[in-house]
Ligand binder design. Structure first.
Ligand SMILES: NC(=O)c1ccc[n+]([C@@H]2O[C@H](COP(=O)([O-])OP(=O)(O)OC[C@H]3O[C@@H](n4cnc5c(N)ncnc54)[C@H](O)[C@@H]3O)[C@@H](O)[C@H]2O)c1
Length: 303
């Protein structure tokens, strides 16, 4: 197979189903050798089934591509190390890590248990950090050894929930917002090794969105709409793009603009009297752009 990822080695986490499966298939079709990771659990993270990753490997091989399965839990420290090691020992290196694995345990704040909070934070945040850590160690060593920038790619998965907010998802949204910040910071750190770091906030019908998308919407939002951007980010041509977050789905690709300072006031002697802020803060807030709605769009100002 030849394509824009020819000769590259990619790891895709949570690639046994949903969006990750299509990333793995499309990366392989574009020439990458792929490690298909999936624990194979249910959408709340319970259970495990090695069949999920293996069936995607079988699909890739049947189409003429190259892939191996990995069944480790990405949030397990030794599992994450094994995942990165498997790419290096099986295919001789690692060029692309797509952190995609995820679970949901939606609950409003007052009803959420510590377990529901911890499970979601663990899979998304630690499950992004741990494989990225071992990949970064490998890329740093490769850079030192060869003296050449690695041309490697770290691609993370955030969500509209983390960027704009979604009712009932304080655990998931907090984790996904953390992944967006993790993306900005690690892009700064890894630039010296020639590694780019970006994140995607996908929208696609999968088992995770079964409860929130209508039948009609599900048909128009498929993982195949999301994968081309990730494949492009994985290739050589994206070298100049780093520290960015993309909102992608249904044929639309948007660059998400991050938190930034809005209107401000400064007091020369530095210490505000809380009693004087009542005359200042409401006006400051009124002058600021409103937060985006849950689709990421800023409502038009009232005439
Ligand atoms: N579908 C959407 O519209 C949407 C929207 C925003 C963000 N996302 C994010 O996109 C990613 C993919 O979601 P999806 O919709 O394809 O869901 P999915 O449930 O279809 O796929 C996720 C896969 O991750 C695997 N997984 C879960 N925990 C794992 C772990 N600890 N180790 C290894 N594998 C694990 C699951 O077994 C599953 O196969 C997730 O990070 C999700 O939060 C999806």
């Amino acid at each position: 197979m030849s394509g824009i990822c020819e000769g590259r080695v990619a790891v895709v986490t949570g690639a046994g189903r949903g969006i990750g499966r299509v990333y793995a298939l499309d990366l392989a079709r574009e020439g990458a050798r792929v490690v298909v990771n999936d624990l194979g659990g249910s959408n709340d993270g319970s259970g495990a089934d090695t069949g999920a990753a293996q069936s995607v490997v079988d699909e890739i091989v049947a189409a003429g591509g190259t892939a191996v399965a990995n069944h480790d839990d990405v949030s397990d420290w030794d599992g994450a190390r094994r995942l990165v090691d498997q790419a290096v020992t099986t295919f001789g290196g690692l060029d692309v890590l797509v952190n995609n694995a995820g679970i949901l345990r939606d609950r409003t704040l007052a009803s959420m248990s510590a377990e529901e909070w911890d499970a979601v934070i663990r899979v998304h945040l630690r499950g992004t950090f741990a494989p990225s850590h071992f990949a970064a160690q490998y890329w740093r060593a490769r850079h030192k050894e060869t003296g050449a920038p690695t041309g490697a790619r770290l691609i993370n998965t955030t969500s509209a929930s983390g960027l704009y907010g979604a009712f009932g998802q304080s655990n998931y949204g907090a984790a996904k917002a953390g992944i967006a910040s993790f993306t900005l910071i690690t892009a700064m750190e890894l630039a010296r090794h020639g590694v780019t770091v970006n994140a995607v906030a996908p929208v696609a019908s999968t088992r995770l969105t079964e409860d929130v998308m209508s039948e009609g919407l599900r048909a128009t939002l498929v993982p195949e709409h999301v994968a081309p951007l990730v494949v492009w980010l994985a290739g050589a041509e994206s070298a100049g793009v780093t520290g960015r977050v993309f909102d992608v789905g249904g044929g639309r690709i948007s660059v998400v603009e991050s938190w930034r300072l809005g209107p401000e006031v400064t007091r020369a002697d530095g210490v505000w009297d809380p009693a004087e802020l009542g005359a200042i803060i409401p006006g400051l807030v009124a002058d600021a752009a409103p937060n985006p709605d849950r689709t990421g769009r800023v409502p038009a100002p009232r005439p």
